[in-house]
Write a protein that binds this ligand. Structure first.
Ligand code: XIL
Length: 314
């Protein structure tokens, strides 16, 4: 496995970051990704509008750039994201019949997840037993993203309006068929304490998985504000209550103190089913919340106090 990851006590993929060609092209940024992070998540390049802006016409240029960078640099990938109401092209938003939308979802997922499925990260030979273990590049896919309202009910979107809750099962089954080895996630934001939205997600996963495991794992984005990490442990404990894997998938903390970051790290480490944390970027200057200093490296790519505190917390 590659070296790196500030928290390599579990495995090298424990701490990841989002990336894409715009940030990979900044040498100082790429150097930090190489030395300090074990996995990458495409920030925008695998969203529906980037990949299939008109029906059946796929453009993988940006996505492949990220994938090829990960292969060359020995990083794993969390796929993000297959079904999301945002960054969704208008032609999908305008579909109003069940059969069309079902086959559009199935085709999109089959083409996108299928493209990278089974792509190898590495192999491990056990010569004494004559066996080879293959590790695949994609550890996970965020299959559905942000499908809940704050009260835990299903958000109104083209998917829920046309298909009701069934779009969730349709999407996960298509993802399983396309990529049988990735861990399939349901992902959302404001799952930062044991609140109604957390309960809504847990209840939906329990319903969908009643007869067989359709959804493998629950992701909490954790776009936090200073002082807002206090509920992280309760959130992770509640999300993990079904016995499925959980992860923090898009961590950033507006105006964070070092203590906010260590609180989040400890919450994950204290949750046996929490497999890792992904920062939503490396340096403040490139963050989608750039003006608020939310990340572990500053505008000049220097490690901040929060970074040092994380290392010391281990
Ligand atoms: C954000 C990206 O960081 C921005 O570059 C883009 O303009 C908008 O999307 N929840 C998600 C992520 O699941 O995909 C979003 O990423 C942030 C909120």
């Amino acid at each position: 496995p590659p070296t790196g990851s500030p928290t390599g006590n579990r495995d090298q993929a424990f701490w990841g970051s989002c990336a894409d060609s715009n940030t990979l092209n900044i040498a100082a940024n790429a150097a930090i990704l190489r030395s300090d992070f074990g996995q990458v998540t495409p920030e925008n390049s695998m969203k529906w509008d980037a990949l299939e802006s008109s029906r059946g016409n796929f453009n993988f240029a940006g996505a492949d750039t990220l994938v090829n960078w990960a292969v060359s640099n020995g990083k794993l990938i969390r796929g993000h994201t297959l079904v999301w109401h945002s960054q969704l092209p208008g032609w999908v938003n305008n579909i109003n019949d069940r059969n069309t939308l079902t086959s559009v979802i199935q085709n999109h997922i089959s083409v996108v997840a299928g493209r990278y499925a089974g792509r190898l990260y590495g192999t491990f030979h056990v010569s004494a037993f004559g066996i080879t273990i293959n590790f695949t590049l994609f550890t996970a896919w965020d299959v559905v993203n942000e499908i809940f309202n704050e009260d835990g009910s299903l958000r109104s979107s083209v998917f829920s309006r046309v298909l009701g809750e069934s779009f969730v099962t349709i999407a996960f089954q298509a993802a399983r068929a396309a990529d049988p080895t990735s861990v399939l996630y349901i992902n959302d934001y404001n799952l930062d304490s044991n609140n109604a939205k957390v309960q809504g997600m847990v209840n939906l996963v329990r319903r969908v998985n009643a007869n067989s495991q359709i959804i493998d794992a629950l992701g909490t984005q954790m776009h936090l504000s200073a002082g807002g990490a206090g509920g992280a442990q309760a959130a992770l404990t509640a999300l993990a209550s079904l016995g499925l894997e959980v992860a923090i998938t898009e961590l950033d903390i507006v105006g964070a103190s070092a203590n906010d970051y260590t609180t989040v790290l400890r919450a994950c480490l204290n949750t046996p089913l929490c497999v890792g944390i992904t920062s939503w970027g490396v340096a403040d200057v490139n963050s989608w919340r750039a003006s608020s200093n939310p990340l572990l490296f500053d505008n000049n790519y220097r490690a901040k106090a929060a970074y040092t505190a994380l290392i010391n917390a281990l």
